[in-house]
Design a protein around this ligand. Structure first.
Ligand code: GLU
Length: 395
């Protein structure tokens, strides 16, 4: 019956990150000793003070529909967070709370993109941006980068990619999958290009903002000329180990926020009530409360870079944020390993899954076909064992 499905869903690729995680889970359930490094998900538990706030919300009978755009107290907390962490002035009418940052992004793209509008994606980019653009009948346009430029694009590249059909550019810093972080100066240089094109909107995905290693995070909307056309996306999943709670939010020009509210009013009615109350506690707490997780990610990054750096054929940059390494493994293309010919990054990721029992994600899904993504949001023990297996498999 799948030919009865809409063209829309038939043309949509499956999320590569979620697909790999599902495959790893399936193999594990069949009794295989798989180490899953495919999913970007902190391996910590949600901090106690956040869990307590959720439990209290249940006892306080927070069980009804919430305002579509989120509880007023949560929107106030988000405004304060934007001021405290990002130097951004948003009023509550500019805030929309959604079911994860993924929905925040989908809302913004749905309300701004018309069929045929081009969405610029500096590559590597997170897998779902292109799918979300396609769902809105937009056209994703990749702007390539490589390990030689620390996986960042230049203002010249941005200028060259712009056409009369360009409607949006999606920036993501710290970046998933490369871990690269744009500096304020780099962002200002890109903004200079956009200043000449007043009809282009910017979606700035800052979901990894707190997970950066001493370099800080600069918000694109903090550039005065960009504030009125930037949608700042954030959420609690990564920094607060709350991936399953599904709370994301935007700060945006009021007319865009209103449109996003209208959109989710027809699709979800708003985000989960208990998770919203828990998010108030998360955002009102000092950032120092979650520093232990960031410190731990940083020490794992050091270890992973050192161990992977010893493998011949792996080229690495030093990620400044998020919890991924994104080695260029193109040195293996055309080689035969344990009888398997590696033609591309997908072959390599599959090889690692089958021969080393380590799940990673092919860079092709992120628009960077020379790389694979390895998440180090996993225990030190699992990371060491995984890299030992990878080393052996490619030797
Ligand atoms: N954002 C995470 C990742 O890239 C979670 C999975 C997803 O939603 O794609 O692994």
């Amino acid at each position: 019956m799948s030919n009865h499905l809409s063209d829309r869903i038939n043309s949509l690729p499956v999320s590569a990150t979620l697909a790999m995680a599902a495959k790893a889970r399936e193999l594990k359930n069949q009794g295989n000793d798989i180490i899953g490094l495919s999913l970007g998900e902190p391996d910590f538990n949600t901090p106690e003070f956040i869990k307590e706030a959720a439990i209290q919300a249940v006892h306080d009978n927070y069980n009804s529909y919430t305002p579509v755009d989120g509880y007023p107290e949560l929107k106030d907390a988000i405004c304060s967070k934007f001021k405290r962490d990002n130097g951004l002035d948003y009023s509550p009418s500019q805030i929309v709370v959604s079911t994860g940052a993924k929905q925040s992004i989908a809302n913004a793209v749905q309300v701004l993109i018309n069929p045929g509008d081009e969405v610029l994606l500096p590559a590597p980019y997170w897998v779902s941006y292109s799918a979300i653009a396609i769902l809105a009948e937009g056209v994703p346009v990749e702007i390539p980068s490589s390990i030689d430029t620390d996986f960042k694009i230049s203002p010249e590249q941005l200028a060259a990619a712009i056409t009369p059909k360009t409607k949006m550019v999606i920036f993501n810093s710290p970046n998933n999958p490369s871990g690269s972080v744009y500096t304020e100066a780099e962002y200002r240089a890109l903004a200079k290009v956009l200043e000449k094109h007043p009809d282009i909107y910017v979606l700035s995905d800052e979901i990894y903002e707190h997970i950066n290693y001493g370099v800080g995070n600069f918000s694109f909307a903090a550039i005065e000329s960009m504030y009125d056309r930037t949608i700042t996306v954030n959420g609690v999943a990564k920094a607060f180990a709350m991936t399953g709670w599904r709370i994301g939010y935007i700060g945006a020009p009021e007319w865009i926020a209103k449109a996003c509210t209208k959109m989710q009013g027809q699709i979800t009615s708003g985000a989960n009530c208990i998770a919203q109350r828990a998010t108030i506690a998360a955002l009102e707490a000092p950032v120092s409360n979650i520093q232990y997780m960031i410190d731990e990610f940083e020490s794992r990054r050091e270890m992973v870079l050192e161990l992977l750096g010893d493998i011949k054929g792996f080229r690495l940059n030093q990620p400044k944020g998020a919890f991924y390494v994104f080695p260029d493994i193109s040195a293996f293309f055309g080689k035969t390993l344990q009888g398997v010919t590696i033609k591309n990054a997908s072959d390599f990721a599959l090889f690692l899954l089958e021969k080393a029992h380590v799940a990673t994600v092919t860079g092709e899904a992120f628009g960077s076909p020379n790389c694979i993504r390895i998440s180090y949001a996993a225990s030190v023990e699992n990371l060491q064992e995984a890299i030992k297996r990878i080393t052996k498999a490619v030797a």
